[in-house]
Design a protein around this ligand. Structure first.
Ligand SMILES: C[S@@+](CC[C@H](N)C(=O)[O-])C[C@H]1O[C@@H](n2cnc3c(N)ncnc32)[C@H](O)[C@@H]1O
Length: 264
């Protein structure tokens, strides 16, 4: 059975679509596949990012790789209108084997779940033509900071990150993107820091991101409950802490993810 922090329920599949829409204004300003024709997407999930890419870059054909059949079936359904521009591949990226070579690659929120992200990038590089562009967006969970102090949120966050490590992932893989790309043989590596730093100077944005964060945190809840790492009361207290931040005059809500661009 696949061990995966967020699980594959229909609620989780919808969360990925909502998340892609919510974060698109932060993620896509640095993404440029103009002039590219054949893109390899790794950990494509239910096609939430695929859909954004297909709309932004009308010349792209995307090969979407995921190791979950459940995700790929949902992706096929979500991307019906683009059926002639997407090929779906059920494979583990660590054993990637495709007959084609690509002029571009995209990975978003997937390396964090992969036990050997260096091997994943080496496999991707083997499938790229020299000079192909890669764009990666990944978590750097240690950057999370909030005020007032929120012990229940911090307890839950610790368990959430520990669960990801337990499943073979790395909740701080964003910090390693430069090293990983370098070790995999990529060139012209560029790192970009992105995310949010919110406070009461913009209460609407603060509220929007705290609501987003609650849903993200709760996406790990079924697995954490099943593992006995948290109780329902821990989940409720975590949500209360997030509500308290929203109401605090000195509220701070800060998180940075990392984007990397490079050439094969
Ligand atoms: C958090 S989801 C992100 C999906 C999509 N990139 C997005 O942003 O909406 C991570 C996806 O990576 C897939 N995945 C995890 N490990 C994988 C592996 N070793 N090979 C292929 N896919 C993998 C999971 O099945 C899941 O669909």
């Amino acid at each position: 059975m696949i061990k995966y922090l967020h699980g594959f329920t229909s609620e989780e599949q919808q969360r990925l679509v909502d998340q892609a829409g919510f974060l698109a204004p932060l993620i896509y300003p640095t993404v440029n596949f103009a002039g590219c024709r054949k893109l390899l997407e790794i950990g494509s999930g239910v096609g939430a990012q695929t859909s954004v890419l297909l709309r932004l870059f009308p010349d792209l054909h995307i090969t979407s790789v995921d190791f979950s059949e459940t995700q790929l079936l949902k992706a096929k359904d979500n991307l019906r209108e683009f059926a002639d521009r997407v090929t779906f591949v059920l494979q583990d990226v660590e054993q990637l084997s495709l007959a084609e070579r690509f002029d571009s690659a995209f990975i978003c929120w997937a390396l964090e779940h992969i036990p050997n992200p260096l091997l994943a990038l080496q496999q991707v590089k083997k499938h790229l033509i020299p000079g192909a562009s890669i764009h990666i967006t990944e978590v750097f969970n240690a950057t999370f900071y909030c005020r007032p102090l929120s012990p229940a949120m911090e307890f839950y966050y610790q368990k959430y990150n520990e669960q990801q490590v337990h499943f073979g992932g790395n909740p701080d893989v964003g910090a390693q993107l430069g090293n990983l790309l370098f070790q995999a043989g990529f060139k012209e590596i560029e790192l970009i820091h992105n995310g949010f730093h919110l406070d009461q100077s913009n209460p609407d944005e603060l509220k929007r991101f705290i609501e987003f964060w609650k849903i993200l945190m709760k996406s790990g809840a079924p697995g954490l409950l099943e593992a006995g790492s948290v109780s329902q009361s821990d989940i409720d207290l975590m949500e209360n802490d997030l509500d308290r931040i929203l109401a605090d005059e000195n509220a701070v809500f800060f998180y940075q993810f990392v984007q990397a661009k490079a050439k094969a």
